[in-house]
Design a protein around this ligand. Structure first.
Ligand SMILES: Nc1nc2c(ncn2[C@@H]2O[C@H](COP(=O)(O)OP(=O)(O)OP(=O)(O)O)[C@@H](O)[C@H]2O)c(=O)[nH]1
Ligand SMILES: [Mg+2]
Length: 460
């Protein structure tokens, strides 16, 4: 990808297809010069005379003939998304209209933007750091309310601020170390050592806390992978439908109804679940069903949480016991179904599942489902409410860099304790600062940037 920053770039910023409004975005030093002559204002002022950020109503024309009725706005640099001159045309959202208008703009000197290029410019021009670039991409892709709120908090700069504070703290220590290199008196050295250790320990604690948020950040963003398994006809597909609050999977009283795994996403109390409904497991000669069972085994292996469904109104059968032996104990919840048919609140086999956690539900009536959802949320997030507004590490790139910074700080602490020289200490601190700089994108290689921006859509 070539990123020529002096070009003026243009793109249709709204999704392809027909919509109420379609927006063409133009950014770069010639944006106003290119678009202004194409726009005929209905009022007195044209784009070049009007105040910045003021919407103007008018027409765009081609060869003297009107092409579309639009709203046009000029956002004067640096007060725009990219910090450059930006002009937007809000057209009627027809495919042909937008394409023709974009063509005119390109003929007048703009070039088509690459995916993510507007955001790249915002980054290169210092308006947002890399954590906020990633938050933009996350926000656009977010599929649950929680994911939206988490991304918005990072877009506001929560993670950026946390990283900056850490960098300041470590830079302060580096300055203390630096000063010591010039003043090697005994008592000063001693006092300084205490202060350095104290400051480093504080930094290590906040860094470790930040690294711990990575798992929560990933969960809130991507959701929890959940496989529903159990013998045929026990109510797995009914549970999927109940969690989705719609009839997605086919439910019948014929065992073996679900032949293939089915994936859907559901949201429970802000947490997204990636649910996999599976074929019931039993011994079978049927080739299709056998293949389904293979997939069920793979679904168990791939899931973060397994819901093992057992019939609460009946004794356990051989299939149930085989499954009980097969599921991963540290990530399985036993779901006793058919609560509406159970004579008592506890299934008769309660003693047989050992210490596996268990809930009792009726996938048919919905009884017990809120408690089950609650259990899943708490298990996944390890606490009552996700701290949505806090600084969260949301991807592997950020996590790796934070871990590197943590390791460097730990090495520095060990170094002070062992009495290593200030020069060595300075190297560890430098490594910590570099790793933190990576997170916000102060020192980022081009290929990494290419990878991050390749995930963006055109016009963003
Ligand atoms: N009474 C009662 N019936 C239920 C309950 N849950 C499911 N059923 C019924 O049990 C039958 C089987 O339900 P499914 O959801 O298709 O079961 P499944 O586990 O997906 O079955 P396979 O896809 O064949 O493996 C249907 O007739 C459901 O209506 C429940 O909690 N109580
Ligand atoms: Mg089914």
């Amino acid at each position: 990808m070539s990123w020529k920053r002096e070009d003026t770039i243009a793109a249709i910023a709204t999704p392809a297809g027909i919509g109420g409004v379609g927006i063409i975005r133009v950014s770069g030093k010639d944006a106003l010069r290119i678009v202004a002559p194409l726009f005929r204002p209905a009022g007195r002022l044209g784009l070049e005379q009007a105040r910045s950020h003021r919407m103007l109503y008018g027409w765009i024309e081609r060869d003297g003939a009107p092409l579309d009725e639009v709203l046009a706005v000029h956002m004067q640099a640096p007060h725009s998304y990219t910090r450059e001159e930006v002009v937007e045309l809000h057209c009627h959202g027809g495919t042909a209209v937008l394409r023709m208008a974009l063509e005119m703009i390109c003929r007048a000197g703009a070039r088509l933007a690459e995916p993510g290029e507007f955001t790249l410019r915002a980054f290169l021009n210092g308006r947002i750091d890399l954590t906020r670039v990633e938050a933009v991409a996350d926000l656009v892709r977010a599929r649950s309310e929680t994911a939206v709120r988490v991304s918005a908090a990072q877009l506001q700069g929560r993670l950026y601020e946390a990283i900056q504070a850490l960098k300041e703290a470590i830079a302060h220590v580096a300055a203390l170390v630096d000063a010591g290199i010039d003043f090697p008196e005994e008592d000063v050295v001693f006092a300084r050592r205490g202060e350095i250790l104290h400051r480093l320990a504080t930094a290590r604690e906040s860094l470790a806390g930040l690294v711990r948020t990575a798992e929560k950040g990933r969960l809130l963003r991507e959701g929890l992978g959940v496989a529903i398994v159990g013998k045929p006809n026990v109510g797995k597909s009914s549970l999927l439908n109940a969690l989705l609050r719609e009839d997605r999977a086919i439910v019948t009283d014929v065992p073996g109804t679900t032949r293939d795994t089915l994936e859907e996403t559901a949201e429970i109390g802000g947490l997204m679940l990636r649910l996999v409904d599976t074929a019931g497991i039993r011994e079978t000669r049927d080739v299709v069903e056998r293949e389904g069972i293979q997939r069920t085994r793979r679904a168990i292996a791939g899931a973060e949480l397994v819901l093992l469904m057992l019939d609460g109104s009946e004794p356990l059968g051989a299939e149930d016991r085989a499954l009980l032996a097969e599921v991963p104990r540290e990530r399985t919840l036993v779901v006793a179904n058919m609560r509406d048919r159970m004579p008592s609140a506890e299934p008769g086999w309660a003693g047989d599942v050992g210490d596996l956690p268990r809930v009792t539900v009726s996938a048919l009536t919905g009884a017990g489902l809120p408690e089950m959802e609650d259990w899943i949320r708490r298990w996944a997030l390890q606490e009552e409410r996700p701290a949505i507004g806090e600084a969260l590490i949301t991807n592997l790139r950020q996590k790796r860099a934070a871990e590197q910074a943590l390791a460097a700080v730990a090495a520095a602490i060990a170094g002070v304790n062992e009495g290593v020289g200030d020069e060595l200490l300075a190297i560890d601190l430098g490594r910590a600062l570099d790793a933190l700089g990576d997170i916000v994108g102060e020192t980022t290689a081009d290929d990494l940037l290419n990878r991050i921006f390749a995930e963006f859509c055109i016009g963003k």
